[in-house]
Design a protein around this ligand. Structure first.
Ligand code: AMP
Length: 420
């Protein structure tokens, strides 16, 4: 064992469980690609000011959780704590919103960094797949994104993901609600830090998970009673589209999410098998963010799904495969001539899209067959001197144990046929 360990709050993706992470990322990515979302990748660090403005000065992320450092050149940069601000920055920088039809549909997959108190499901380095639709104010987009996340979870076999839905109003109605909420919160028994939050960002207090705070919030004013006509209609449409698509949701008036940029639709996906870190994904509409980071008005909506927690959710539902098959075919050469022949066969198999591996170093038959079993391969290709003299190899089905001789010239077509 090395003297070094992965830093606190981080973990390595190692086989065999790393395969589940790839599968989750791929299921999420494939789902949004089917709806026309295109891949975007931004640097893992950005100017610190982007997140301060984009995520919000009063959020936990900005005040406590950012990995911020000064470069050799004296610039302040921050490891990205979330994806939306960077993606929007990149789209604005490249003028994607002026290049063609709106919305610009983008998706991403990568590492995010928050200096959090580590626990199960909450890490300092974690992985998200995100999707953003930039530049259109259409409730169908909000509903579409929610539906796509639901579809990604369905593809992964998850059955116990719940959808929480809320709206936060817009720049017309939210200030009125904010003032009413602030008035209410000022009358409560709260600690100093929370009282400060009441003044800077009262909506975030609704998100407080502590029981003694929650208990005082039961009579808090509700956003639903303050929505302007436009926001009411918009939210009504999102709900109707979801209902007509057969998507179940629960209204959660306290769902404000930990980032400041959201307007109107907000939603979160939770899984009850995960304990306190139950949010497996979340998102919402952020019509004002573009202007907050110095761009033109670009009403947008998006989500980010947590890959790590989705894998934990799959584990909780017993969906993780116990045995992972590394390759389909395993070559077992006995002797130098067989080694050369099978080396060539391996290359041909791989070129045809069949995954294949072999043993390296001088190994006996027993060790080689053990390696073949461990690889999870369906077939072993065993080549010995005597068979080779007859231009034959043995193809062994590692599941049934059945073994048949195959002419060297027929190896590739025989394997391909058996695997198809
Ligand atoms: P957020 O934008 O904070 O709602 O993050 C979106 C999703 O990313 C969450 O629903 C989680 O699944 C995941 N996530 C956020 N923070 C962490 C973390 N520290 N560790 C693991 N997953 C996280």
């Amino acid at each position: 064992m090395s003297t070094f360990r992965a830093p606190k709050g981080t973990f390595d993706l190692i086989p065999p469980s790393s395969a589940a992470f790839l599968a989750v990322r791929e299921a999420m990515s494939e789902t949004v690609r089917l709806a026309g979302y295109q891949y975007v990748e931004t640097p893992v660090f950005e100017d610190t000011a982007l997140f301060k403005r984009g995520v919000g000065e009063s959020t936990d992320i900005v005040t406590k959780e950012m990995y911020t450092f000064t470069t050799q050149g004296g610039d302040s940069v921050t490891l990205r704590p979330e994806g939306t601000a960077s993606v929007l920055r990149a789209a604005l920088q490249a003028n994607l919103h002026k290049a063609g039809q709106l919305p610009v549909k983008l998706y991403y997959s990568g590492s995010y960094f928050r200096y959090e108190k580590p626990q199960k499901g909450r890490y300092r380095h974690f992985s998200q797949v995100g999707a953003e639709a930039l530049g259109a104010e259409d409730p169908m987009l909000d509903a579409e994104l929610i539906l796509l996340a639901v579809e990604a979870y369905r593809r992964l076999g998850l059955r116990e993901v719940r959808l929480l839905l809320n709206t936060l109003g817009d720049r017309t109605c939210r200030p009125v609600y904010r003032a009413a909420l602030q008035e209410f919160l000022r009358g409560l028994d709260l600690d100093e830090e929370t009282r400060a939050r009441v003044e800077i960002n009262p909506l975030r207090v609704l998100d407080d998970k502590r029981p003694h705070v929650r208990a005082q919030l039961t009579d808090a004013p509700r956003i639903a009673d303050y929505l302007c006509e436009e926001c009411k209609a918009f939210h009504g449409e999102v709900r109707e589209l979801l209902t007509s698509a057969g998507v179940a949701f629960e209204d959660d008036p306290n769902l404000v999410r930990g980032l400041d940029y959201y307007t109107r639709t907000t939603f979160e996906f939770v899984h009850d098998g995960l304990g306190s870190q139950s949010a497996v994904g979340g998102g919402g509409r952020y019509d004002g963010l573009s202007e907050m980071i110095g761009g033109s008005a670009l009403p947008s909506v998006g989500w980010a799904l947590g890959v790590d927690r989705t894998v934990l959710a799959m584990e909780a539902e017993g969906l993780l495969a116990q045995e992972v098959s590394r390759v389909q075919v395993f070559a077992v050469p006995l002797g130098e001539q067989a080694r050369r022949l099978l080396f060539g066969v391996l290359g041909q198999l791989r070129a045809q899209g069949v995954s294949a591996d072999t043993v390296y170093g001088a190994r006996g038959l027993k060790a080689a067959m053990k390696a073949a079993d461990r690889s999870g391969a369906r077939y072993a290709l065993v080549a010995g001197e005597r068979d080779l003299a007859d231009n034959l190899v043995q193809l062994k089905d590692l599941v049934s144990g059945e073994q048949i001789p195959v002419a060297v010239a027929e190896i590739i077509p025989t394997i391909k046929e058996k695997l198809s």
